[in-house]
Design a protein around this ligand. Sequence first.
Ligand SMILES: Cc1cc2nc3c(=O)[nH]c(=O)nc-3n(C[C@H](O)[C@H](O)[C@H](O)COP(=O)(O)O)c2cc1C
Length: 319
Amino acid sequence: MDDQDGIHSPAERPSLRTRLAGVELESPLVLASGILGVTASLLARVARHGIGAVTTKSFSLEERPGHKSPTIVAFDHGFLNAVGLSNPGWEAATETIREYRTRSKVPIIASVFGKTVEEYPLIAEKAAAAGPDLLEVNVSCPNVAAEFGAPFEADPKVLATVTESVKRVAGKVPVAMKLSANFGAIGRMAKVCEDHGADAITAINTVGPGMLIDLNVKRPVLANKVGGVSGPCILPIAVRSVWEIRKAVKIPIIGTGGVGSAEDALQMILAGATAVGIGSALAFDGLESLPQINAGLERYLAGQGLSSLDAIRGAAHEP
Ligand SMILES: Cc1cc2nc3c(=O)[nH]c(=O)nc-3n(C[C@H](O)[C@H](O)[C@H](O)COP(=O)(O)O)c2cc1C
């Protein structure tokens, strides 16, 4: 039987159930945006592997081709990508969400972005109408600066305007603002979002931009030259970011960046994350790693005699 501190009797199996901004998840694990989140069938396939929620690729009002190939390169410690927010536009995205609903009951998060501040509420309204469980607002992509200038998160006034305008049109759909660690003061940025109505924070987007150089042709590997860094090498930056955000705000955090194991996910939760985003690791390790991570989380809780992750969430902040 549970007591109020989440301690359980040894015979009981710990529960990974997680409440994220009012949305019930069977596991704290969330598919991060842009990785396997392009079609309904792919999203539904991920959903069959024990994930708590899936996030779509970020979509915009109009279709975007994205950057020229090569757009993504793997290196020893992660990925460098400059996909350039390619997506089929809002009509196809709406169809993806509707079709996904017919295939899976696992919650779906719709990720959106705008080319301008004014576009954010327009795309958010259309995305909310498609009926996702949560809206994620990407204001932090680091590889479209040549086209859009600095990401919208870089200016607190713009961040406030985008958050408020999306909240105004989102209706009952909770809104998560997705931030990066690329401008420092991520706690302050999260506070701006919370103060202007955000229901959650997703952190972090890819780090950088970064660059890798091909020794044979003696040129940058990516056609875009620079791209965002993801995967294991960004875990410490992501954990520190979640830690700072937790100190600054009360709203839930989807801690994302470099997670590939139960141990990584636990660090996010100890730093204060409610849910844990996972992206690049799925490309490295496959979808079979998801049930293994869930099993690792359960084993940890059982070993500590705890019935749920609530008992350890944010515990790393305790003196
Ligand atoms: C190929 C690729 C495409 C991505 N596309 C998006 C995107 O469309 N929108 C978004 O918000 N983040 C996007 N991201 C960032 C991820 O959602 C995530 O925040 C980042 O990769 C860190 O997590 P990870 O280390 O687990 O991959 C993308 C990342 C990669 C590697």
